[in-house]
Structures are given as C-alpha cells and as structure tokens.
Design a protein around this ligand. Structure first.
Ligand SMILES: Cc1cc2nc3c(=O)[nH]c(=O)nc-3n(C[C@H](O)[C@H](O)[C@H](O)COP(=O)(O)OP(=O)(O)OC[C@H]3O[C@@H](n4cnc5c(N)ncnc54)[C@H](O)[C@@H]3O)c2cc1C
Length: 326
C-alpha cells in the first residue's frame, strides 16, 4: 500500500479542508471495508485519508412519525437492520441490509460508505487492468467475461451498482444531505448516482470536498408495504445478480402508488417508471405482476453472456411484488 497521511476531523468544515479540491488526492475514510481493499490493490492511491468517524452525532438513527427517518451517515449497517422501527416501517431497507455482505462487514460498514462504495466489476478490481473507469481506453466487459455486468443503462462502461441498501432507499424515496462544510444541499438519492455515460470515472455527484452527512427517508403512507429481494450466486455473501426493491401503497383493493427499483442490473439503482405505471390502479393479481415484471425489463439490452439476467430480474420483481401482499 502506498504510504499516506492520516487525519481525524471534528466537523464537515475540517473534512472539506482536509479533502481539498484535487481529485482523489485525499479520500474519506468511514468503516474502511471498501476503501482499504481498494488501497491495498492500488486501485486508489490517496496521499491522505480523512477519518470522518470522529465527527460527532453522525451515528444517530432518528425517527419521527411524520417526517420519517433521519440517518447519520456513520450509522453502521448492523445497527440499522437491528432497529425495530426500521424493520417494521422501512422493511425493504432492513431486508436489503440482511442480504448485504456478512455480520463482520455489516458491523463496520456505514450507510454513507455503503452508498459510495466502488463497483465490483472484476476488470475494475483487477490491479493490472487499466479499464475505462481507471482512465484506460476500453471497457473489457464489452467483449470479455460480461456475465455479471449491466443489462440496462450500460455504456461506455458496464458496471453494475454494488449497494443493496441503495435500491431499497431509492424505492423508499430517500434523500441525501451533502455538505462541504459551508454549503449544504439535499438531493433525491435517485439523482445522487450517475451513469457512466455522464462520467465514466465516477458513480455519484459528490465533489472532492463534499461528504454525505445524512440520509432522510420519508414516513411511508399508511398501509404501505415494502420488500427487497435479491438473487445471488452463493448464499454466504455475494453481490446481486439481480435484485428488486418494491414499495406498494394500496387503495381500495388496487394499487394506489408503487415504486419499483432494480439492483444488480444497471450502473445505478434502476427505477422503472413503466413497471410502476403497469401497477397503479390495478389489483395485485398474477396478470398485473407479470405485466409489471415485463415492463421492468422491457428496455434491457444484454451483452453476450448476461442474457440470463432478464428472466431472473423479471422473476425477482414478480416475487417481490407478490410478497407485498403476504
Ligand atoms: C466481502 C464483502 C462483501 C460485501 N457484500 C456486499 C453486499 O452484498 N451488498 C452491499 O451492499 N455491499 C456489500 N459489500 C460492501 C460493503 O457494504 C461496503 O464496503 C461498505 O458498506 C462500505 O462502508 P464503509 O463505511 O466501510 O465505507 P469505506 O470503505 O470507509 O468507504 C467507501 C467509499 O465511500 C466513501 N465514503 C465513506 N463515507 C462517506 C461519506 N459519509 N460521504 C462521502 N463519501 C463517503 C469513501 O471515501 C470510499 O470511497 C461487501 C463488502 C465486502 C468486503
């Protein structure tokens, strides 16, 4: 690992100063479960690590019946999933965390770090491959081993977004609070992530000197049910081959409102308005589920080896929706 300077900061202003403005010269350190692996593999080589875990009060889970959930960016995944209120009212989020990594990682990993973790594409993670994302001239997945890559929203790079909590939070309508210590902005999580076509080197809109301080999740409307389901290759721990977060609010025997967000199939959590339209105003019966699942994947353009993701993701959407009735 390249030697680096280590700084502890007490607030966002100090963090912004320590992070500076030169891209990737300094990196934010939270739980370190992703960043340190990247540094050991020389995928990133910051001259300075800025430990934000010393900023007070960013490790709180706050509930308000009307306003909803306010999560400090330093809340660990395990604390979040253990929270009774989160499990009952924001079920998809708790389920997504249960299906993320393993207990040792969840005990250290923070929700802010989870949303900013880097992709797991094996070409990106290979120290010796200089792909587009690392400043090279080629996405090796296009003609290579692309079985785990994007079927939606890909190009010129075909990563899939790695976070499980992210699709659940997008489906639940979450917003992120971002600050550089002077200016603070609140952004829908859906707009926080960016596609490779927008910037192939980055996965989100954060400026070099900005940190996420909070994640805000609105209180669900009465009767709302949410579910997160994930298919992976092995059960011990694994990233999603395909996943779905669905949030359904019933209205007089049919669907009043719905949000459908796919994971593991696109470079960002992939919200599908077409699937939502197929649900609203309809009874949640097998025909509606089938129409919504088909609509969810209608835009898919698989690569040579990942066509299996289309029926897999359709099945996950159908099953997740059917579980909102259970
Ligand atoms: C073996 C293994 C299996 C895994 N499986 C899964 C899985 O199935 N599902 C899943 O979702 N995840 C999985 N993960 C990823 C894991 O959830 C992330 O590594 C973790 O959530 C990152 O959080 P952290 O606090 O450790 O972040 P760090 O490693 O400290 O940081 C990660 C990135 O986020 C940035 N960052 C951290 N905090 C902030 C902040 N507040 N504001 C702005 N930027 C910030 C850092 O600079 C860095 O770039 C797995 C990881 C491992 C090692």
């Amino acid at each position: 690992m390249k030697p680096f300077e280590y700084v502890r900061v007490k607030d966002a202003r100090q963090a912004a100063q320590a992070l500076g403005t030169e891209r990737d010269q300094a990196k934010i350190l939270a739980g370190g479960t992703d960043l340190l692996g990247e540094m050991k593999d020389y995928l990133v080589t910051p001259a300075r690590l800025v430990n934000i875990k010393t900023i007070p009060n960013l490790d709180k889970i706050e509930h308000d019946d009307k306003k909803g959930l306010k999560l400090g960016a330093l809340v660990t995944l395990s604390r979040l999933a253990e929270d009774k209120n989160v499990r009952e009212r924001y079920t998809a989020l708790a389920q997504a965390i249960d299906l993320s990594a393993m207990p040792q990682i969840r005990n250290a990993a923070t929700i802010g770090g989870n949303l900013c973790q880097r992709p797991r594409c094996w070409y990106y993670r290979d120290e010796h491959t200089i792909c587009l994302k690392k400043g090279g001239s080629k996405c090796y997945a296009v003609e290579g081993e692309n079985q785990y890559h994007a079927i939606l929203g890909g190009g010129p790079c075909y990563i899939v977004h790695p976070s499980d909590p992210a699709p659940a939070l997008v489906a639940l309508g979450a917003r992120v609070v971002i600050t550089d210590g002077t200016k603070t902005r609140e952004v829908p999580l859906e707009q926080f992530f960016i596609l490779p076509a927008q910037n192939v080197r980055r996965e989100n809109i954060l400026a070099q000197n900005e940190i996420i301080t909070h994640v805000l999740v609105p209180a669900p409307a009465p009767g709302t049910r949410s579910v997160y389901l994930k298919e992976r290759e092995k059960d011990s721990y694994d990233w999603a081959l395909a996943s779905a977060a669905v949030v359904v609010t019933p209205n007089a025997g049919s669907v009043g409102a719905a949000r459908v967000v796919l994971g593991g199939v696109a470079p960002v959590p992939w919200r599908v308005a077409e699937a939502e339209k197929a649900l609203v105003g309809q009874p949640l019966n097998p025909a509606t589920l089938a129409r919504a699942a088909e609509a969810a994947l209608a835009g898919a353009t698989p690569l040579e080896k990942n066509g299996y993701k289309v029926p897999l993701a359709q099945a996950v959407v159908r099953r997740a929706l059917s579980l909102t009735m259970a």
